[in-house]
Ligand binder design. Structure first.
Ligand SMILES: Cc1cc2nc3c(=O)[nH]c(=O)nc-3n(C[C@H](O)[C@H](O)[C@H](O)COP(=O)(O)OP(=O)(O)OC[C@H]3O[C@@H](n4cnc5c(N)ncnc54)[C@H](O)[C@@H]3O)c2cc1C
Length: 336
């Protein structure tokens, strides 16, 4: 374990923002994580946990220690007639893990293919896509409690999962380091094909639904719709889809009959991309930051954007949507 000084973070965040960490350390085991929290570097400095850097926006250099969580390993801990239970270390790469499950014919996360980031970060915002949220496959999350160094387990309920939300983004933020996640997968696949263009893409591919085919269809759709972050810096959807009351939705519907929304309990969730597009920002730039021309929810780095340029654009979009629709857009990305 080596603590590095003045470490460049540009290649460690998918926005490709130039930022420097005063201290940086890569932690390859739980033992190293336990060791670092006892160190003076950790005790005397602010700290930041970093996985794949795909849901983070650096607006300044980080004047503290960045802990890159990199512990690897996958272990089957139980199998029954219908399910397999897997304990997966936080530093495993999510995309490879999805492919590994498909290869073994374990079902549950195939619709979450091609989402960047680490397994250990998947519970933080309860990643979701194409009709699936990771919370539905999570049994428990193993964490290190920073206050006393104890390793404890939180069950699914204790994680307080919600739409792009969990205890790790709320009251437990900066209190726990996620060490591993235990998943429950089905050995008898339940295929979810009703969402978005999955069926259409399967048809285009001349294949029938299977775990592998669904995942490949989703990969195709995502590659077509989203910019490749290795070429154009971005963090996927920058904003959450806002939830409004039935009354607010009905009022908006009178004024905007084509508004895109879907029921969510007693409320309605509005498609944030539609709101941004209608407020005139799709494809527009502010300095070196822009709204992607195909997907208005995605903010991109046109080359040399600073985090503050991206943030200024995000705020301009929030302002425009609030002015036009009276709806507040909440950022999904973690701003540092
Ligand atoms: C092109 C693209 C497409 C995307 N598509 C989707 C999508 O479809 N659905 C979706 O939900 N998300 C999507 N995302 C967002 C992102 O991939 C996910 O949120 C992912 O889970 C973030 O993982 P990460 O390891 O990169 O997290 P990071 O960005 O490294 O960290 C995210 C947050 O978690 C904290 N954190 C990191 N590690 C730990 C740990 N071990 N313990 C506790 N806290 C920790 C960090 O401090 C930070 O606050 C997309 C991003 C991109 C770039």
């Amino acid at each position: 374990m080596q603590i590095k000084e003045n470490y460049l973070l540009k290649k460690l965040n998918t926005f490709g923002i130039q930022a420097i960490a005063k201290y940086f350390v890569e932690l390859n085991s739980i033992q190293e994580i336990q060791e670092i929290i006892k160190s003076s570097h950790f005790k005397n400095n602010p700290y930041l946990l970093l996985g794949g850097g795909s849901n983070i926006l650096f607006t300044k250099d980080f004047d503290g220690i960045v802990l890159k969580i990199n512990n690897k390993g996958k272990e089957i801990i139980a199998v029954d007639a219908d399910n397999v239970f897997l304990k997966v270390q936080a530093g495993e790469v999510w995309e490879s893990f999805v492919d590994y499950c498909i290869l073994n014919n374990w079902s549950g996360i195939e619709n979450l293919a091609l989402i960047p980031g680490n397994v250990g970060t998947s519970p933080v915002q309860n990643i979701g896509a194409y009709g699936v949220e990771v919370k539905d496959c999570i049994e428990k999350v193993e964490v290190l409690r920073i206050a006393d160094g104890e390793i404890i387990e939180l069950n699914n309920n204790e994680c307080k999962f919600g739409y792009r939300n969990s205890i790790f983004k709320q009251e437990a933020k900066n209190k726990y380091i996620i060490l591993s996640v235990t998943f429950k997968f089905s050995k008898k696949p339940t295929l979810i094909t009703h969402y978005g263009d999955i069926l259409k893409e399967l048809e285009n591919m001349f294949v029938t639904p299977s775990l592998e085919n669904i995942s490949n269809a989703i990969k195709n759709i995502r590659r077509c719709k989203l910019p490749d972050y290795t070429l154009t810096g971005n963090a996927g959807s920058f904003f959450k889809n806002p939830t409004v009351s039935k009354e607010k939705y009905e009022a908006l519907l009178i004024e905007y009959p084509k508004i895109r929304a879907f029921p969510s309990g007693n409320d309605y969730k509005l498609a944030a991309g539609w709101l941004i597009e209608k407020s005139g920002w799709k494809g527009k730039s502010l300095g070196n930051a822009a709204i992607h021309h195909k997907q208005a929810l995605v903010l991109i780095n046109k080359g040399n954007a600073t985090g503050n340029e991206i943030l200024a654009l995000a705020k301009a979009v929030q302002h425009a949507v609030l002015n036009l629709f009276g709806v507040e857009l909440e950022m999904e990305v973690n701003v540092v």
